[in-house]
Structures are given as structure tokens and as C-alpha cells.
Design a protein around this ligand. Structure first.
Ligand code: GH3
Ligand code: MG
Ligand code: MG
Ligand code: MG
Length: 311
């Protein structure tokens, strides 16, 4: 194994059992400005790959111990290997070998003796394509984040809530299990803004969102910002009693943040009120009635004095 590491050049992993071919490839690639790493069989290639995460693998087919086909299969099964182009370089020209190389996931295939002008173009193109692919995937992830996450509080947004609620409504309908909803609203928040300013109001919402998120722990539960100072929690497979217990815990978690609110009429700290509703969904209905019920319960909590939970 021979490695030269520099910061900003693509790394090519050369895998071949013949030292002469490795040397020839190494020198040619280094002339082009690539970094190189080497392995002399499939097994060593897996180890080097795992350590160095190369940008491309040039893989010989026939090698002792683990051949190129098996090595290619194993690289493809690695999380970090799925997106790395593997170019097979081999003396085998029969149809079966070519077919097999593509079946195990090689992205391209060149035969020996190596025709260097062709190989250098292929290496360059494959690395460019793979980098472009990675940029696209990163942009896609960011887009997905932007359309589903509330920018201020970093919990799910209203759109994600509607989508997830519809999905879980159908799932609970199929399994005939209860779906619960907690709708939370900050008490006297208008006067909080009036007293401490809108920016302090924003920070307050961020802290409340974090407190709710830290309280809601099951992977299937979803916390979302429903509107201005309202948050909603979806609880699949949860009955009313369970939802009330969690709603009480959320209210306490917000209260013990001890965010001063000198103009609240119920406490010297920021508090929230919560409405809880539960349904065993039917396949022919939707979740709107459950939201209306939670909203009604929230209104009840407000009129009965705030800083409380109502089913
Ligand atoms: P109640 O106890 O009845 O809920 O009273 P309230 O004052 O909380 O209710 P109201 O609906 O009158 O006021 C809600 C306030 O929340 C008004 C609005 O300016 C504020 N608000 C909504 N979204 C945001 C936000 O993103 N940032 C800040 N700082 N304030 C917000
Ligand atoms: Mg060989
Ligand atoms: Mg409100
Ligand atoms: Mg409010």
C-alpha cells in the first residue's frame, strides 16, 4: 500500500495483484494530479477503501484471495461505497466477464493492455459525474429539509404535520389503533412580545420547541409548529390517558424553563395550555375532526384559566 495524501485532489484507489501495473497506473495518475492509494487484492482493497474513502476505484478482475467481482459486490454493500464509481480494468474480454462486472455494480469496464488516453478520460469523467451526483443529493436533502422544517424553531412545519397526520391516520385506521393529538398554545404571548420585544418572543418560541422535542421521545411521535405560537404533537398508538400524561409533562417542561413573563396573568413564568384529542381512525374519514376536537379542548383550557391540559 502506497499513499500520497494532499488536501484538494481526488483520490484514486488502484487495485491490482501485479506490481508493475500498479506502478504504471500510479505514475500516470500522479502525472495527472491525482492522489493514489494501492491494494494488491480485494481484501486489502476493502480495508484501504474503508480508511481512505477514495473518489474512484480502479479494480482488477483476476486476483488471488478475493477477486475483483467479489470485491466490487462487497464495496457496493458498504454505505460509503454505494456512491463511489468502480472502474474494472481487466484482461478478460469475454461477454460473461463483462456482464458479471456490470451486474456486481462496476460503472465502467476497460480491458488490458491499458489504453492510457482512454483511461484518463474515463477516470476524469467518472469522478466529475460522481461529484455532481453528490452535489445533487446534498441539494435534494437541503430542499427536503427546507420544505418540511420550520426555520425558526427547527421542528416540523405545518406542511409536514398535515402529511404525517394523514399518513398515520391511515396506518392507525388499518390497525384499528388510537391516534392522539396534543395542541399547545403559549399563554399571553402577545403581551410577552409587547413586554420583551419580538426578538425575545422568537427566542422564547425556540426554547419552548426544544423543551417539547426533548419531552417527546418515541420515534413515531412528531412535534410540529402548527402556527404562530402553537405547537402540535401527533401520537400514534396512544390513547387519551397516555396523551394527557404527556401533555402534562410538556406543560411542566415549559414551565421549568422558568422564562420570566411579568405580564402573564397566570404565572411569573411563561406557560402553555394544551388540548388533547384521540380517535380510532376510520378509513372513510380524515383527521380534521380530531384537530377540531383538540382545538375545542384547548379553548376550554384557556377559558378555565390557562396553564393546564384539557381532553
Ligand atoms: P392566549 O393566552 O389566549 O393564547 O393569548 P395570546 O396573547 O397568546 O394569544 P394571541 O393569539 O392574542 O397572540 C398570539 C401572539 O403570538 C401574537 C403574535 O404576534 C405572536 N406570534 C405569533 N408568531 C410569532 C413569532 O413567530 N414570533 C413572535 N415573536 N411572536 C409571534
Ligand atoms: Mg490480476
Ligand atoms: Mg394562538
Ligand atoms: Mg397564545
Amino acid at each position: 500500500m502506497n499513499t500520497i495524501l494532499q488536501a484538494d485532489q481526488s483520490l484514486v484507489l488502484i487495485v491490482d495483484d501485479e506490481p508493475f501495473i500498479r506502478t504504471q497506473l500510479r505514475l500516470s495518475l500522479q502525472c495527472e494530479g491525482y492522489q493514489t492509494a494501492e491494494a494488491q487484492d480485494g481484501r486489502e482493497a476493502l480495508t484501504v477503501f474503508d480508511q481512505l474513502h477514495p473518489d474512484i476505484v480502479l479494480l482488477d478482475a483476476i486476483m488471488p484471495d478475493m477477486d475483483g467481482f467479489d470485491c466490487c459486490t462487497q464495496l457496493q454493500s458498504l454505505d460509503s461505497g454505494k456512491n463511489t464509481p468502480i472502474l474494472m480494468i481487466t484482461g478478460l474480454e469475454d461477454q460473461e466477464s463483462v456482464d458479471r462486472a456490470f451486474e456486481v455494480g462496476a460503472i465502467d469496464y476497460v480491458t488490458k493492455p491499458i489504453h492510457w488516453p482512454v483511461l484518463r478520460q474515463r477516470v476524469r469523467r467518472l469522478i466529475q459525474q460522481s461529484q455532481l451526483q453528490q452535489q445533487l443529493e446534498a441539494a435534494n436533502r437541503e430542499l427536503q429539509r427546507l420544505v418540511t422544517i420550520d426555520e425558526l424553531t427547527q421542528v416540523a412545519n405545518r406542511r409536514r404535520f398535515e402529511e404525517y397526520c394523514a399518513q398515520e391516520w391511515q396506518r392507525m385506521a388499518r390497525e384499528q389503533l388510537p391516534l392522539s393529538l396534543i395542541l399547545c398554545d403559549v399563554d399571553f404571548f402577545k403581551s410577552y412580545n409587547d413586554t420583551y420585544g419580538h426578538q425575545a418572543g422568537d427566542r422564547c418560541l425556540q426554547e419552548i420547541a426544544k423543551a417539547i422535542r426533548n419531552t417527546v421521545k418515541r420515534p413515531a411521535d412528531l412535534v410540529a409548529r402548527y402556527g404562530g405560537e402553537e405547537f402540535v404533537v401527533i401520537l400514534p398508538t396512544t390513547n387519551t390517558e397516555g396523551a394527557i400524561v404527556l401533555a402534562e409533562t410538556i406543560c411542566s417542561a415549559v414551565k421549568i424553563l422558568a422564562i420570566p413573563h411579568r405580564n402573564s396573568q397566570v404565572s411569573s413564568y411563561v406557560t402553555i395550555s394544551a388540548g388533547v384529542s384521540t380517535e380510532i381512525p376510520g378509513t372513510d374519514s380524515d383527521f380534521q375532526a380530531m384537530i377540531t376536537a383538540a382545538d375545542r379542548a384547548l379553548y376550554q383550557a384557556k377559558t378555565e384559566g390557562r396553564d393546564r391540559v384539557k381532553p
